[in-house]
Design a protein around this ligand. Structure first.
Ligand code: GAL
Length: 672
């Protein structure tokens, strides 16, 4: 599938900030020459250029950008053109302070930083509309421009009076009457009830933080605000030229907005990938970022762009390690294996000063092209070019497995004051289940609970901590099992409705007959405690953190606790329901136990792996079309016997057995 129809190829390049170098034409000229050497074919321009484009109110300066776009285009380099709304100029903040954001303590920010604007402010919108329109009119028909990069890494929210009024309007639309809101938010608790809409305020550490339904609705409202702002910018630029798609760069593990909902307004998903490689056994980091890539692919169920990644190190983690030899190609190809149509970097040339002067970049302060980093980048450019005709049109292997991952549920789980306060860790638990499948080289999709979500193409659905049920998810899951699917759910599922009110029924709500059991109580364990589960086949699983008590009602008990007052009672059970099977995992299992559980279950279901080979620790495989990527993150050499004969797409060697170096990736095509 083609994300950028004006240039249907893998993109290689990244954030280019020539506005930091306008007084150095020699450097700008060198940039283009070095880009050609590094195999760069696309750069993102203008992300933080508002002050350079409009140095004073209504005085615009486009000639520098005209020249740069023209010069890039002479060298065949395409442009991902940004709208500059992520950082506003000082004159704007000074003249119209209402464009600045109001924080959690209800005080207004001063000028500074980025992502510091109010999404509601009419003045901000007018100013953004003006500059976006001028950019679109001037450049959208330039043949080099292939994509709009709307703003940058949207995050956070604003509590100014205008945003507060919008919040109340959002609630009025959602609940209709104040009585209904009071009911849905359970405001009988702690005398929280409202007698007038104007009494409702956003959550704040200085005010209301104990109404969990309010917290949940605030997150939904923040998502709506951001979605609305993106839609506004998108409509502005596409009014001038509707053919150029729009994206904005998303982030990993992101909490503030529901990305499934937000992605509806984007033409394509792009995101910024910054793994913290340790340079030792990196399989956990690799798995985490594989999951991020799969999540981004899942948001719109289509390929995505990796909009940013670092060619060496970042400068904002506690420890900013260099990439080990091989790791740059490996992490770049990991993105491609999971469906990325690009390898793009932050940033092309290292800034001379300020917060990011020590962030890794393709070209460092020395300006040399014989550095290790430059060579690594040039290698990726070369590989992408050579893979383009075979791989670009290919989709990643279709997944038979989906993990239910829903932001509403994640927020509600993490707000809940229960068993392990602050450590229910919705994302981390989803990742633990994903990890077992990743180790087996099984492709995985993520799906949420929106009304339109369709599960019919899957054979296995996994629902970790599906605490909140909304949009009739219980009916969909019942139907899925009824039609022959296999469902795995864990403890703390089916407890509360869409507004975070507990169901007045047995858990999991309306599915106890599907699982043939009820969850009756949830025990929490101290960090130094653990329990054990004896499985029917004699295996022993380790449980920690959470152990739920289950009352069987027709299920087949597969594992029982061996310790504590609930020793001998069910911990894991399965149940045949119509044509399918439903599994209940009542406890938090350690990774080895989950691995064993999923190896057996997916083996029984004969789900299709990327390759049928024994994958040693730290090595995994992913397939795109017929091409298989074998990735070694173990930090050690690894060997694999392949089923059949393959040809290596980079070296063109014929292979039946692989000896991988630490952090090596091999890209293989089956021999016909
Ligand atoms: C991203 C951001 C970039 C740059 C980069 C540094 O989050 O979009 O502008 O700051 O981080 O890693």
């Amino acid at each position: 599938m083609t994300l950028t129809p004006r240039f249907p190829h893998f993109l290689h390049g990244g954030d280019y900030n020539p506005d930091q170098w306008l007084s150095r034409p020699d450097i700008l000229e060198q940039d283009v020459q070095l880009m050609t050497k590094a195999g760069v074919n696309a750069v993102s321009l203008g992300i933080f250029s508002w002050a350079a484009l409009e140095p004073e109110e209504d005085h615009f300066s486009f000639s520098w950008l005209d020249q740069i776009i023209e010069r890039l285009w002479q060298s065949g380099i395409h442009v991902i053109l940004a709208t500059p709304s992520g950082a506003r100029p000082a004159w704007l903040a000074q003249k119209y302070p209402e464009v600045l954001r109001v924080g959690e303590d209800f005080t207004r920010n001063h000028f500074g930083g980025r992502h510091n604007h109010c999404p509601t402010s009419p003045v901000y919108r007018q100013k953004v509309q003006k500059i976006d329109t001028l950019l679109a009119q001037r450049y959208a028909n330039h043949p080099s421009v292939i994509l709009w990069h709307i703003s940058n890494e949207f995050s956070g929210d604003c509590r100014c009076p205008l945003c507060q009024a919008r919040f109340r309007a959002f609630l009025q639309e959602r609940y209709g009457t104040l009585d209904e809101l009071n009911r849905a938010w359970c405001t009988g608790f702690w005398s929280m009830s409202y007698s007038d809409w104007s009494q409702i305020e956003p959550p704040s550490p200085r005010g209301q933080m104990s109404n969990l339904s309010l917290l949940l609705d605030w997150r939904r409202f923040s998502t709506k605000q951001c979605k609305d702002f993106i839609a506004f910018e998108k409509a502005t630029v596409q009014a001038v030229c509707p053919d150029i798609p729009c994206t904005t760069n998303l982030m990993e593990r992101f909490w503030d907005y529901d990305y499934f909902d937000l992605a509806e307004v984007l033409d394509l998903v792009s995101w910024d990938s910054y793994p913290a490689w340790t340079g030792k056994d990196d399989e956990k980091v690799a798995c985490e970022f594989a999951m991020n890539h799969d999540m981004m692919r899942s948001l719109k169920d289509q390929p995505f762009l990796m909009m940013e990644s670092t060619p060496s190190n970042v400068n904002w983690k506690a420890v900013n390690k260099l990439k080990r030899p091989g790791a740059h190609l490996l992490s770049s190809m990991q993105a491609v294996a999971h469906g990325s149509q690009s390898v793009l970097y932050f940033q092309w040339r290292q800034s001379r000063g300020n917060a990011e002067m020590f962030h890794g970049a393709v070209v460092s302060h020395s300006g040399r092209d014989d550095t290790r980093v430059f060579q690594d980048v040039a290698q990726v450019g070369h590989v992408l070019k050579s893979l383009d005709s075979v791989l670009y049109p290919q989709q990643v292997q279709k997944s038979e497995i989906c993990i239910l991952y829903d932001w509403n549920c994640r927020w509600a789980v993490e707000y809940a004051q229960t068993g392990l306060n602050g450590q229910m860790d919705y994302h981390g638990r989803a990742m633990a289940h994903y990890h077992s499948l990743w180790r087996l080289g099984l492709p995985v999709d993520f799906r949420d609970m929106r009304k339109q979500t369709d599960f019919s193409r899957y054979r296995l659905i996994i629902c970790p901590q599906t605490y909140l049920f909304m949009n009739d998810i219980e009916k969909k899951l019942r139907e899925f099992v009824g039609n022959g699917g296999v469902l795995v759910i864990t403890y703390f599922s089916g407890i509360a409705d869409a507004t975070n009110l507990a169901f007045l029924s047995d858990a999991p709500h309306d599915l106890t007959d599907v699982f043939g059991l009820r969850e009756t109580e949830m025990d929490a364990l101290y960090p130094d405690e653990e329990n054990q589960i004896r499985m029917e086949d004699g295996s022993l699983y380790k449980a920690y953190g959470i152990c739920s008590l289950l009352a069987p009602e027709g299920c087949s008990v597969k594992g029982v606790y061996t310790k504590d007052f609930y020793a001998g009672t069910p911990a894991i059970a399965s149940h045949v329901y119509q044509s399918g099977e439903a599994w209940y995992i009542g406890a938090r299992l350690d990774q080895t136990s989950l691995d064993d559980f999923y190896a057996k279950l997916t083996g029984k279901l004969q789900l299709t792996r990327a390759i049928n080979a024994l994958l040693p620790h730290g090595v995994t495989a992913h397939r795109r079309g017929d091409t298989v990527f074998i990735e070694n993150y173990s930090g050690l050499p690894a060997s694999i016997d392949l089923p059949g004969t393959w040809s290596d797409l980079i070296t063109h060697a014929e292979v039946q057995h692989l000896d991988l170096e630490p952090f090596q990736v091999r890209i293989l095509h089956p021999e016909t």
